[in-house]
Design a protein around this ligand. Structure first.
Ligand code: G3P
Length: 218
């Protein structure tokens, strides 16, 4: 499973990239607002830090303006994935860019039928939002399961399932069991994956016992 970090915070991206376990970055207009930075220079900076796909989202909602914005975004770097909303206009932009060899991430997916359309439009990624479904008492993970199963039925669907709106480690683990290709996660959720109290307890005991041997490896 690939891990993308869902943030526009440069320090977090640098920190997680240094682990060697980070495969890409996703941003959205809300994350750009939170960063307080200029969008285009920020995406350029992120693209220098991470070799994998960097999602940059269009701001418009109409076809003509989205198409023009996408031209600007895809010129930033070859590994920019242009992010478009799952709307008729968004998917029209997706189809044209994908036919032209540009990676597209179709965002705001909340149903299997929408995910089928994204795949037919040639999206490199579809982003189903698990957390936001859970928030309204719908089962976000069952959407992931449905999309993975549907895509498996069609070899010619090349779209990767990018689990988005991740809130906790279980969203990642359960999505991995289902065979989702990618999870995009807030930085602290990625960091939480390392944690287990028995790891901490076991390590403390090993450190203490090693001290008592009086030995040194170096
Ligand atoms: O970037 C899309 C998605 O991951 C947003 O997550 O937490 O705002 O629902 P959230």
């Amino acid at each position: 499973m690939k891990f993308f970090v869902d943030t526009a915070d440069i320090d977090d991206i640098k920190d997680l990239a240094s682990t060697g376990l980070l495969d890409g970055v996703t941003t959205n207009p809300s994350l750009i607002k939170k960063s307080g930075k200029e969008f285009i220079p920020l995406i350029k900076e992120i693209c220098k830090l991470v070799d994998g796909p960097v999602s940059a989202e269009v701001a418009a909602t109409d076809y003509a303006t989205m198409r023009k914005e996408a031209e600007v975004l895809r010129k930033i770097a070859d590994h920019v994935a242009v992010k478009v909303p799952l709307t008729p206009d968004g998917l029209k932009v997706c189809k044209e860019l994908s036919d032209d060899g540009t990676m597209v991430n179709v965002t705001l997916c909340f149903s299997p039928s929408q995910a089928i359309l994204a795949a037919k439009a040639g999206a490199a990624f579809v982003s189903p939002f698990v957390g936001r479904l859970d928030d309204i008492s719908q089962d976000g993970l069952s959407l992931i399961s449905d999309i993975v199963r549907i895509y498996e039925n069609y070899d010619y669907f090349k779209t990767e399932v990018l689990v988005a709106s991740v809130r906790n480690p279980l969203h990642i683990v359960e999505s991995a069991k289902m065979g989702a290709h990618v999870a995009t996660c807030p930085p602290d959720v990625i960091r939480s994956l390392y944690k287990h109290p028995l790891t901490d307890k076991g390590l403390a005991a090993f450190v203490e016992d090693w001290k008592k041997t009086g030995q040194s490896i170096l």
